[in-house]
Structure formats: structure tokens, C-alpha cells
Design a protein around this ligand. Structure first.
Ligand code: SAM
Length: 284
């Protein structure tokens, strides 16, 4: 059995299977044993099930297999399936599902694969679809314990941002609404084969038992959040009035005033609690 953290073995596998890495699928393979350890430790401190997105050659998969009761890894690239057959052969608690994680029926997959076992997601995400994957994992209200994922540093900054800055946006609110967020580690480009052009970070998103606020209507709240951040250069009142579905400009201005905010306040300065209050005030 080869060592998947040794770039020479990764190169040998590429040669053996005539495999060319596809940039368009975000194929930058991790070969840093200490980062793998940190991901596994953050995702599975108490064991349980692991859902991996994008196993690549299986370097994280095998690390997870040592700690998890069961690992299910979803890989879109069928050229990787024979490689994974070889690299994951020693593990009888791992199965690979061929598919696009954004198209799979995740609730059904989790139920079938893990039953009632607590499940964490662990992944070195393909960077071109980090946000849609995170939103899919959060929006479907999946029965997950935590999500431990490697992403581009800029996306991690957006997720961890506080109100008022340029990084604070709809993604911040969507994640922090459902999760407590902590930074696990920074990962330099040199930890990957081939090195990406960006630095990376691993975040641990622990699912909250209850959301951080209780808007009267969640769909209305998220529609308002999207509208607020879609029009960042406008004032909150003008941006929401332009969106068309939150009532007249006068109604919005009155709600903003009642919250004790300036009529020219910008939406990106509002906390999640304030966004929720505004959503409630405008919900009919
Ligand atoms: N886990 C490996 C590692 O850490 O070295 C590979 C990570 S690589 C950054 C991303 C992986 O996600 C690749 O194997 C790629 O083929 C796969 N992938 C890309 N888009 C995907 C999708 N929509 N669904 C499932 N897997 C995907």
C-alpha cells in the first residue's frame, strides 16, 4: 500500500492510470499529513459516520476510515473510480458513490448509508463550487453534526466575517445562522499537488441545535438577506424597495426607523438578529 501523502506516489498513480488532473474539477490533491490529522480530529472527535465530498485519490478518505465507523465518499470523476478501488481496498468501512454531490438526493443517501448514526461532513472541497455545496448542506436541513471543510481563504474570511466589513454577506448569514464556526488551520498552497494559486483554510462548522435567531418565516428571511446583499451599494431602504417583494419604500423606511436605525443605513451593517427583526416587520 503506497503513501498518499508522498507526491511521488501520487505521480506514480497518475502514470499507472494515465490520469491527468482536471483543473475544471478543482483537482488539487492534499499531501500534508498534519492537515489531514487536524481535519479528522475536528470532524470525528467521537467517531461516527463521515460523508466525504470529492475523495480524489483517497488521501483524506483513508485518514477518515481510521477514525470513523463508516465513510461514504462522493466523487464526480469516473476516471478516479479504479484508482479508489486500489487505494481504498484495505478499508471495509468505506464506500464510494459516483455522482455530483449537487445532484444527489443527500437526505436519502445519508439515511441509507448511515441510518441513525451521527454524521459529519469532511472534505477538501472543489473550490469552484464551495458555496453551492455549503448552501446545499445547510439548506436541506440535513441531520449533520458538523461540517469540516477546506476552502479558499477568501471564502473562509467571508464565512467568519462580522457585520460591516466587505466580507460580510449572504454566505456569512447562511452559515452563521445554522452553525458555530471556528478556524481549524491555515494551509499553504505548497501542501497540495499541484499547488493552487490561492491559500486555503479549514473551517469547522458545528450545527447549532437551534438557529441563532427565529425569524417568523425562514424563506422570507433568506429572501430578504439575499436582497440586502445583492444591492450593497444602495441604502438598505432603497435596495429592499427595488427588490419589489418587501412592500413600499415608505413601509420599509418606517420599519427601519422603528428599529432605531438611520434612514440611510446600509444593509451590510445589520447583524443577523437585526436582519431577522426587519424580515419579521416586513412579513405579512
Ligand atoms: N479529497 C482529495 C484530497 O484531499 O486530496 C481531493 C480533493 S480535490 C480538491 C476535489 C475533489 O472533488 C476532486 O476529486 C474532484 O474530482 C471532486 N469533485 C469536483 N466536483 C465534484 C462534484 N460536483 N461532486 C463530487 N465530487 C466533485
Amino acid at each position: 500500500m503506497g503513501n498518499l501523502t508522498d507526491p511521488r506516489y501520487i505521480r506514480a498513480l497518475c502514470e499507472k492510470y494515465d490520469f491527468r488532473l482536471k483543473k475544471s474539477l478543482g483537482q488539487n490533491f492534499l499531501h500534508d499529513a498534519s492537515v489531514l490529522e487536524e481535519i479528522v480530529e475536528a470532524a470525528l472527535p467521537e467517531g461516527g459516520g463521515a460523508l466525504e465530498i470529492g475523495p480524489g485519490f483517497g488521501v483524506l478518505t483513508e485518514a477518515l476510515a481510521g477514525q470513523a465507523e463508516r465513510v461514504v465518499a462522493v466523487e464526480i470523476d469516473d476516471r478516479l473510480l479504479p484508482v479508489l478501488d486500489e487505494t481504498l481496498a484495505p478499508f471495509d468501512n468505506v464506500s464510494v458513490v459516483h455522482g455530483d454531490v449537487l445532484k444527489l438526493d443527500l437526505p436519502a443517501l445519508l439515511k441509507e448509508s448511515f441510518g441513525d448514526m451521527p454524521v459529519s461532513v469532511a472534505a477538501n472541497l472543489p473550490y469552484y463550487i464551495t458555496t453551492p455545496i455549503l448552501l446545499a448542506l445547510l439548506e436541506k436541513n440535513l441531520p449533520l453534526r458538523r461540517i469540516v471543510v477546506m476552502m479558499q481563504k477568501e471564502v473562509a474570511d467571508r464565512i467568519m466575517a462580522a457585520p460591516g466589513g466587505k466580507d460580510y454577506g449572504a454566505l456569512t448569514v447562511a452559515v452563521q445562522y445554522r452553525c458555530e464556526v471556528r478556524r481549524v488551520c491555515r494551509v499553504p498552497a505548497a501542501s497540495f499537488f499541484p499547488p493552487p494559486k490561492v491559500d486555503s483554510e479549514v473551517l469547522c462548522l458545528s450545527m447549532r441545535e437551534n438557529p441563532v435567531v427565529w425569524p417568523k418565516n425562514e424563506d422570507h428571511f433568506f429572501a430578504l438577506v439575499r436582497a440586502v446583499f445583492a444591492q450593497r451599494r444602495k441604502t438598505l431602504v432603497n435596495g429592499l424597495a427595488n427588490a419589489g417583494r418587501f412592500g413600499t419604500k415608505e413601509k420599509i423606511a418606517t420599519a427601519v426607523e422603528k428599529m432605531g436605525l438611520s434612514p440611510t443605513v446600509r444593509g451590510e451593517t445589520l447583524s443577523i438578529a437585526q436582519l431577522s427583526s426587519l424580515s419579521d416587520a416586513l412579513y405579512v
